[in-house]
Design a protein around this ligand. Structure first.
Ligand SMILES: Cc1cc2nc3c(=O)[nH]c(=O)nc-3n(C[C@H](O)[C@H](O)[C@H](O)COP(=O)(O)OP(=O)(O)OC[C@H]3O[C@@H](n4cnc5c(N)ncnc54)[C@H](O)[C@@H]3O)c2cc1C
Length: 372
């Protein structure tokens, strides 16, 4: 996602004639994921959005119903549509080449970024790396996983509201951690129904399947149904440190660059924003590096505190999310997750959270940062 997006943005900029090589061990010709995210107005991939909605629904402990999205739309982009669109666009450029190869090594040298892939050496002014594996085994950090399995089902009866996806439905047994179902309707009889957990214990296929089946049987008046597609994924929910610029000629992008938001797993929009920034910098200054004001790092602290509450099970997660969406204007909640709020908005939002568990979590995060 990050590599293709970056190449696409470069071809849309004054750097469009630079020589670009994209290496991937995979052909990216399968619908291996679906991206959902919220956005204000039209984005760069507007023409290939699979669905978009002006309203979403949330089912928590004390609130169930629509959330007012204000000017945001909730959007859904299928992986295959994205890969096909970007690859077709890139094929128009003779200076962009794609090769299927496994990268064995990435190293900085005085001459540039150096890569070995399938025994072939490459050197470039910049290597944009989306393969770096985050270190998620450090006890100093919080290392949860967002794992999910989803079925696209075709139902006998019309049981979905095509106008309104369910972004979180907490009516499933919580087992002390955080579990919910996500329902993205394509039409009244077709939807992606995804069972999602925030914890550190992956389950067997049969366990995910049993939970999805139970949700459909209990909460959807579907009649009989067929499974048209399945999706499985694991996203790190970790506050581990990674560097966007580990060395002069290497730039990390996507999840590798730390652009998965630790508290939500949302990555798509954050990566797009980052890539547009670095292409802008590269075109303007010849260097991609971006500098964020230090005060923005407070959002990382908020993510860590939230992960601490989840990891230590300091308060039921379904109640935390219910307060978050029901006691705040949903628009402010989404803006907060976009890290687009002012401190005063954030403090107001914190007052809607259970104070003791979050205070204890805050001090535990400080302790881990200071003492380890
Ligand atoms: C099933 C699924 C659903 C998701 N849904 C959402 C969502 O709804 N919203 C959201 O914001 N985020 C979502 N995410 C999280 C995130 O947006 C995606 O994981 C996204 O694809 C991350 O982009 P990336 O470029 O960092 O990694 P990827 O898209 O995974 O790209 C990394 C590429 O590197 C290649 N690669 C890795 N190692 C090597 C190697 N050694 N040699 C050669 N090639 C290599 C891989 O083949 C891959 O193509 C989802 C993730 C998954 C797995």
């Amino acid at each position: 996602m990050a590599g293709l997006s970056l190449a696409y943005y470069i071809t849309q900029s004054s750097l469009r004639n630079r020589s670009i090589l994209i290496l991937d061990r995979d052909q990216k010709n399968r619908n291996d994921r679906t991206w959902c995210f919220w956005e204000n107005g039209a984005g760069p991939f507007e023409s290939i959005m699979y669905r978009q909605w002006n309203s979403v629904s949330f089912h928590g402990t004390t609130h169930a119903g629509p959330l007012d999205l204000g000017t945001y739309q909730y959007k859904m982009l299928r992986g295959i549509d994205f890969y096909t669109f970007v690859q077709n666009e890139l094929d128009k450029w003779p200076n962009v080449e794609r090769r299927q190869a496994t990268i064995n090594r990435i190293k900085d040298t005085p001459q540039g970024g150096f890569v070995i892939a399938d025994d072939e050496p490459y050197i470039a002014d910049y290597v944009f790396d989306s393969t770096f594996a985050l270190r998620t085994d450090q006890p100093r950090h919080h290392n949860l996983l967002q794992h999910f399995k989803g079925w696209v089902i075709n139902t006998e009866k019309p049981c979905f509201d095509p106008q309104q996806p369910e972004i979180m439905d907490f009516r499933v047994a919580q087992h002390g951690d955080c579990r919910f179902v996500y329902v993205m309707p394509f039409d009244a009889r077709t939807a992606l129904v995804e069972f999602t957990l925030f914890n550190d214990k992956l389950m067997t296929d049969a366990e995910y399947d049993a939970d999805i089946r139970q949700y459909i049987d209990r909460f959807l008046d579907a009649g009989t149904y067929q499974i048209a597609e399945t999706e499985y994924g694991v996203i790190p929910m970790s506050d581990t440190e990674t560097q966007e610029n580990p060395s002069e000629h290497i730039v990390r992008i996507g999840t590798s660059g730390g652009h998965t938001k630790a508290s939500t797993g949302y990555t798509f929009q954050r990566t797009q924003q980052y890539l547009r920034d670095i292409v802008h910098n590269l075109a303007a200054t010849g260097k991609p590096n971006r500098k964020l004001p230090w005060f923005r790092s407070r959002f990382k602290l908020y993510d860590s505190v939230f992960l601490n509450v989840l990891e230590k099970q300091r308060h039921p997660a379904d109640d935390v999310f219910t307060r978050f969406y029901a006691k705040n204007r949903p628009v402010n909640a989404f803006r907060f997750l976009d890290e687009d709020t002012r401190l005063v908005d954030e403090l107001r939002l914190f007052t809607t959270m259970p104070s003791w568990p979050f205070t204890v979590a805050f001090f535990d995060v400080l302790r881990r940062k200071l003492i380890g």
